[in-house]
Design a protein around this ligand. Structure first.
Ligand code: SAM
Length: 247
């Protein structure tokens, strides 16, 4: 899976993603990051400007269409050397659909994804109309730029690319899988500050441990995320009780 990120701050992306799990996965070749500086594509060779005032007035500057479009073309041309498939282009924006685990799983199947990170007041609408295939937000708040949202998405997607996590199991049991949050977990020592690890986890009975974990996941989801719990309940309706036979 290859992530191409159009940004005004490529170092920010390259530095952050080259650490921890994403860094290791990229060293091993499961994923790659290609952070491309939009400023390198401006036609303003003198001042290297990429933004300008908005027509109609209003606060702040807007990223101009031309450097973004040329940056996009250079990435798209490189991708089309190896595939005929048109890459998905995600503009990270507070005006998009809110990102979730389901989207991450779906995007993890792609070979190439292009992200566009906005800055200032955002981006000239015309280039968005021309290149963007989807608009995605990471939540209902406004950030300074699209770099953090793009990295949040890339991190979540990468975990679902086969081979990235050393233990494939761990993505399966993590929160949001099947609309449930993950159960509570404990490590050594068995007792800390007078708090003991639940006895069932020390029993060695894997079936009972699994049952306990599922039960805890359900309780936790119901308490902390009633919206998710409702979704889980719809997919897992309680089994009707068996009628007792009359004698
Ligand atoms: C200051 S914001 C612009 C906000 C824009 N004026 C608006 O009201 O929708 C600058 C850039 O940050 C990114 N951004 C900010 N908040 C975001 C969010 N919640 N999700 C995804 N991207 C976001 C977008 O790329 C956006 O173009």
């Amino acid at each position: 899976m290859n992530f191409h990120i159009m940004t005004l701050f490529p170092e920010m992306i390259q530095q952050s993603l080259s650490n921890s799990i994403t860094g290791r996965a990229s060293d091993k070749g499961y994923i790659s990051f290609n952070a491309v500086n939009i400023r390198d594509y401006t036609n303003d060779y003198k001042h290297h400007k990429v933004d300008d005032y908005t027509y109609g007035g209003g606060a702040g500057m807007l990223m101009q269409a031309q450097p973004i479009y040329d940056c996009y073309l250079s990435i798209k041309n490189k991708i089309s050397e190896k595939t005929d498939k048109k890459p998905r282009v995600i503009y990270v924006t507070p005006q998009g659909s809110v990102f979730n685990q389901k989207m991450a799983a779906e995007l993890a199947k792609e070979e190439d994804i292009i992200f566009l990170c906005g800055h200032y007041e955002g981006v000239d609408e015309r280039v968005l109309e021309e290149i963007v295939t989807e608009y995605v937000s990471i939540g209902d708040y406004v950030l300074t730029g699209g770099e953090l949202p793009a990295m949040v998405m890339i991190d979540a997607i990468s975990r679902l690319v086969p081979g990235v996590l050393s233990n494939d199991e761990s993505a399966m049991t993590e929160s949001f899988n099947n609309n449930l949050l993950e159960y509570p977990q404990y490590s050594r020592p068995e007792e800390w500050m007078g708090k003991k690890v639940p006895a069932i986890l020390l029993s060695g009975d894997h079936k009972k441990v699994d049952e306990w974990r599922l039960e805890q996941s359900i309780i936790r989801t119901k308490e902390r995320r009633p919206d998710l719990y409702e979704k889980w309940l719809l997919e897992n309706p309680p089994k009707p009780e068996k009628k007792k036979r009359k004698r």
